[in-house]
Design a protein around this ligand. Structure first.
Ligand code: HEC
Ligand code: HEC
Ligand code: HEC
Ligand code: HEC
Ligand code: HEC
Ligand code: HEC
Length: 343
């Protein structure tokens, strides 16, 4: 019934219009207006990204499944000293204006706008990264300079360590929160920021820094495994029937045998875990590490002991168990263990 009514009124309107146009003789035609220059379609630029080819959707879905999206520490970290790495608006203020605000309304996790110049020119140029400048490391010496991954190093670097003990120097007083914070990866890759006490191993650079032109991006953002690893999900590993499988698509230019590489990763990680366990036992016995809290016992310690704790905490928080920089992490742990075992 409704449909019939609509049809009926439509017919009436059309009939009315037809009647109007039949009225009387036509008047003299008006003067032709100037033809306007035809413009480009207003949405053509938008279509470069907002089209039906699912290219952008793939990145969005990968990102949605990442810790960048789901970690949810932005609200917790919406305070002085934390926003520059944990809140999207804070990072952009730091990069564009030199400093982040103490807090923001609507604090956001890192997202497309944090890393890309989205909706600045409304062209494909907007995929440009918000920064690719080399990063002066806050802790340790020198800078991190590896192409597109400089973006990552701004946030995934150690925070300042105070006091930093001089090797073999005076005792230092440390707080329970002593250390490099979470994610000192840029420092580990660049082989800097550890307490480099002398021992049987030397502190060296790694091919994972010197030979890889886009650093983190080459390994963590390589061809993805669905939305579970790689690409804009950025994890190295994904769950495969209850076990973690590594997405090795970024490694094959240098390591061409996947089976051998998996074995090498396991061996390296087991070795690092063993050294961490050994050093941890010493740090507990010396009273500097509190296993219950996972933090230091605040107090005054020798430079060697505070430095060994710093090395333990830094390698632990790097979270690759030595893979990022095999020789540097092994030297930090081994030499600390040697130093503290010789009394
Ligand atoms: C360089 C690629 C690119 C171009 C060109 C582009 N956009 Fe976007 N747009 C994005 C991205 C990325 C997002 C955020 C997607 C997300 O978070 O899911 C977005 C989001 C949006 C949104 C959702 C609201 C928001 O701001 O997040 C609207 C609306 C939008 N775009 C409109 C447009 C229009 C209109 C144009 C053209 C004038 C345009 N976009 C051009 C990449 C682009
Ligand atoms: C704006 C600062 C910032 C930038 C830039 C940034 N990250 Fe992150 N990243 C974080 C924070 C913060 C977390 C943890 C998120 C949370 O818990 O809320 C994180 C988490 C991660 C994780 C997940 C760790 C886990 O436990 O699952 C990976 C992997 C990662 N980032 C890699 C990268 C790579 C690769 C880049 C560069 C392409 C990058 N990040 C750029 C701040 C940043
Ligand atoms: C230099 C950048 C930077 C600053 C400044 C920073 N963080 Fe983080 N934080 C990170 C990154 C990167 C991660 C993720 C590391 C990872 O997953 O390996 C992280 C992780 C965390 C986590 C998650 C840890 C976990 O185990 O899940 C918490 C909580 C956190 N930060 C709190 C804070 C607080 C509170 C502040 C300020 C007092 C702060 N952060 C300042 C970079 C920073
Ligand atoms: C943590 C930083 C980070 C975040 C968040 C991020 N991207 Fe990216 N994106 C990158 C980096 C780095 C590259 C370059 C990768 C490379 O060099 O292989 C990139 C590349 C891209 C490209 C390819 C650009 C080109 O020039 O062809 C697209 C498309 C893209 N991102 C879309 C997105 C979208 C959509 C979002 C939000 C859902 C997003 N990105 C969020 C860091 C990020
Ligand atoms: C040589 C390749 C390589 C490079 C370069 C690299 N990573 Fe990793 N990363 C790994 C591997 C392998 C792991 C261990 C994954 C596992 O055991 O599940 C890892 C672990 C991590 C983790 C722990 C959480 C996770 O997803 O497993 C974070 C966070 C991380 N890397 C961030 C970074 C950042 C940020 C950079 C650059 C500053 C970087 N990585 C550079 C290969 C790399
Ligand atoms: C650009 C070349 C390059 C890429 C890409 C690369 N590696 Fe390596 N890798 C090296 C070199 C060189 C060494 C030798 C050790 C060193 O220089 O620190 C090495 C050593 C290793 C080792 C052996 C460490 C030990 O126990 O001695 C492991 C494990 C490893 N890489 C894992 C990976 C993984 C996983 C990826 C990808 C996510 C990767 N590598 C990507 C060059 C590369």
């Amino acid at each position: 019934m409704k449909r019939f009514n609509k049809l009926f009124s439509f017919t009436l309107i059309v009939a009315g219009l037809a009647m109007i146009s039949c009225e009387g003789p036509a008047g003299t035609p008006g003067q032709d207006g100037q033809d306007g220059i035809s413009g480009t379609d207003g949405t053509a630029a938008c279509n470069a990204c907002h089209s039906g080819n699912q290219m952008m959707l793939a990145k969005v879905l990968q990102y949605n499944n990442s810790t960048h999206s789901t970690g949810e520490n932005a609200a917790y970290c919406n305070r002085n000293g934390c926003t520059e790495c944990h809140v999207s608006q804070g990072f952009l203020d730091k990069v564009k204006n030199g400093a982040a605000e103490a807090s923001y309304s609507d604090p956001l996790q890192p997202n497309c706008y944090t890393c890309h110049e989205i909706h600045q020119t409304f062209t494909l140029d907007d995929w440009a990264l918000t920064t690719t400048a080399a990063v002066d490391l806050v802790h340790g010496t020198g800078s991190y300079d590896k192409g597109n991954s400089n973006l990552c190093a701004n946030c995934h670097q150690a925070r300042s360590v105070s006091p930093m003990p001089a090797v073999g120097g005076a005792d230092v007083t440390i707080s329970s929160r002593y250390g490099t914070h979470h994610g000192p990866v840029a420092n580990i890759l660049a082989s800097t920021g550890g307490y480099e006490v002398a021992g049987s191993l030397t502190y060296k650079a790694t091919g994972h820094y010197t030979m890889i032109s886009d650093g983190c991006v080459t390994c963590h953002m390589s061809s993805p495994y669905g939305t579970q690893a790689g690409g804009h999900q950025m994890s190295m590993g994904y769950d495969n029937h209850g076990a973690t499988t590594l997405n090795l698509t970024g490694c094959t230019t240098c390591h061409n045998d996947a089976t051998a590489l998996n074995t090498a990763v396991s061996a390296r990680q087991q070795k690092t875990q063993g050294l961490l366990d050994d050093l941890k036992a010493i740090l507990i016995a010396e009273g500097v590490y509190n296993e219950a809290t996972g933090l230091a016992n605040g107090g005054t310690y020798s430079a060697d002991l505070a430095g060994a704790y710093l090395n333990f905490q830094t390698v632990l928080e790097d979270r690759s168990l030595g893979v990022h920089n095999p020789s540097y992490t092994e030297a930090l742990l081994t030499n600390s263990i040697e130093k503290l075992s010789v009394k």
